[in-house]
Design a protein around this ligand. Sequence first.
Ligand code: SF4
Ligand code: SF4
Length: 427
Amino acid sequence: MKKKIRKIVQVAFFVLVGLMAINHTLAESGKALPLIGSASIHAVCPFGSVAGLYQLVTTGTFVKKVQGASLIVLYLVLLLSLLFGPVFCGWMCPLGAIQEWFNALAKKLKIPQKKLPKSVDRLLRQLRYVVLIMVMVKTAQVGALAFNDIDPYYAIFNFWTDDFVVSSGYVLIVVLLVGLFVERAWCKYICPFGALLGITNKFRIFKIRRSKTTCINCKLCTANCPMDIVVHDQEVVSNAQCISCMKCTSEQSCPVDKTVQLEAFSKKPIQMMGIGVTIILVMVIGVSGAIASNHFPTETEKIPTKFEDGSGYDLDTIKGSYAFTDISEVFDIPLDVLGTAFGIPEAEWTTIKNKDLKERYGSEEGEAGEIGNGSVKMFISLYKNLPYDYETAGDYIPLKAFELLDAEGKIPEDKRNYIESHTVTLE
Ligand code: SF4
Ligand code: SF4
């Protein structure tokens, strides 16, 4: 149990995040299970707050899909990092854990492990800082989690939802395949959150120290480091790539007792059990305290992504999970206009979501089945005169919506015939 504590904590966080993601899906249809949170994983992911830091500092607002809860989780992760270094990477991150499990499987199957040439490896390890800066700048530009579409972390936990983006699934597959040959390749070369947390290795309170006097130079500490850090010739591990996994310590790899250890002020060793218990306590107490004092908001706003030049919202990024109330608020379209255009009874105007249109009309014969999220985008585009290529998308709108737009003079003459041929009479 003592030696397995890190693995237990990793599995616990993986299962917790997975259950929350499943419960979030269930919550959308009103079937959420009690006790497990049903927040979107965006709302509680600490990196969301880092990505949106620039916007948060300059405007005091969170980027789309990120909420105050993620800032609380970020504070707790930073606190743990100040104590022990990036334990989030080595103990808590589901993407780190899944890479580790794939690599362990590869080693069991005797798949040969690869190392990049030193010069290439050294250069590539700087890449994660470039990614970190790019993520922050781009997020500030578009007001949303800009790299969501290629983020493998979200792919693990939303491949069954409407929000899943296929490209992020491809990235996840590549990360896992590369991870069969190169241990924690994503963490070493790409991960922007790891880049940020790694900086704490330079000033963390409790450090990993190696005793020169008792070391027998067997180099097992170095051989077992997943991040390829040369431990056997250092007195203090302060490498920014360390993920505080403790695999190099005398508890795990080093054959000589008390030779590589995490040390407290009195030079007394801190055991892995102590780290594991501290992580759990800090997270449980921190999150419960924030929830109890109403400082853990997890409701995420449904706001489309902006164009890079800031010229307005990209209608293409409107998802089926958006409610008519979100559309009404963001685009300043009266709710009764939306409800009437799509034939929704007044009692449902405040609850209907774009994806419900498909369920409502999809079973009808002919083109009525085409009414869905795309129809809402087409309607917004025409009502507000915003760019959206409904012709390429092949969208349809209800006849009622066409009549409403026409009455307000919002049908462009050069598109009249096309739009008229893409209307549907709803019963
Ligand atoms: S093995 Fe040691 S040096 Fe390597 S990442 Fe883990 S804690 Fe850091
Ligand atoms: S594993 Fe221990 S004994 Fe072997 S080189 Fe590392 S510190 Fe020295």
